[in-house]
Design a protein around this ligand. Sequence first.
Ligand SMILES: Nc1ncnc2c1ncn2[C@@H]1O[C@H](COP(=O)(O)OP(=O)(O)OP(=O)(O)O)[C@@H](O)[C@H]1O
Ligand SMILES: [Mg+2]
Length: 281
Amino acid sequence: MIKVNDLEFSYTKNPYMKDLSFEVNDGEIFGFLGPSGAGKSTLQKILTGVLSNYKGSVVVNNTEVKQAKANFYENIGVDFEFPSLYEKLTALENLKFFASLYSRTQDISKLIESVGLQFDANKKVMDYSKGMKSRLNFIKALLHNPQIIFLDEPTSGLDPTNAKIIKDIILQEKAKGKTIILTTHNMYDATELCDRVAFIVDGKIRIIDTPRNLIMSRKKAIIEYSYFDNDKELTSKIALNETGSDNTLRKAISNNQITSIHSSEPSLNDIFIEVTGRTLE
Ligand SMILES: Nc1ncnc2c1ncn2[C@@H]1O[C@H](COP(=O)(O)OP(=O)(O)OP(=O)(O)O)[C@@H](O)[C@H]1O
Ligand SMILES: [Mg+2]
């Protein structure tokens, strides 16, 4: 669906992105995960044809992006980092206008309802809250039922309920066979949603793998447990794959002395630090 080969790009005379190569498969949710300023939005702008003065090859939906014509966007939906909406128009008027740019569109009222904006559809966007704008911008990307969806921080600034609604829609789109590119610095979103993630720092991709492989194949998961021994509560920890050889744990279990057990896998942020030396937070 997406094939990037030896991509090179810079905003200035100094090289920024260099030798970037990766592929995104049909039907997968692929994440760009990295801290602020890593180059996530830049990469998304290159993939969607906003920045076309790149070197190397960027093929999206069988089209070299810098040569893309207007019909390229019939199959591509983009939710930019900053909402791009007409403030003086209502939400409904905005969606109707953007819908008129495409040859086919989805049922607009259903889309509005899917993100809980049905009672605010006739409100001007200038009177929308940040989260409302963000939800409207998100459905704008889905208007024409595109095959490839680019989402730049789609849950940023949303409360947990609305973030969940957006994440559920993303998963529904995947279930319909769509390919989704998701930009985020939120490790929880990346772990929950992405089939594969690319760690990106300073314009470079440092590793690409599934969240599970990244988490399980690197740092060890740990068990922390507390137990009573001679009326004193003690705590101890052991690697999850070494519990069988922990005699204290075995004894505490067989004597019913355990008071709590927690297992803690490393988070994607722990792995990010290990791989890149930088933190996501
Ligand atoms: N139009 C521009 N001109 C010059 N430099 C830019 C421009 N846009 C972005 N940059 C620089 O490119 C780098 C990457 O920016 P980008 O917006 O891609 O980061 P990001 O990973 O999306 O960060 P965030 O998580 O904060 O959105 C930054 O150093 C930024 O200052
Ligand atoms: Mg960004």
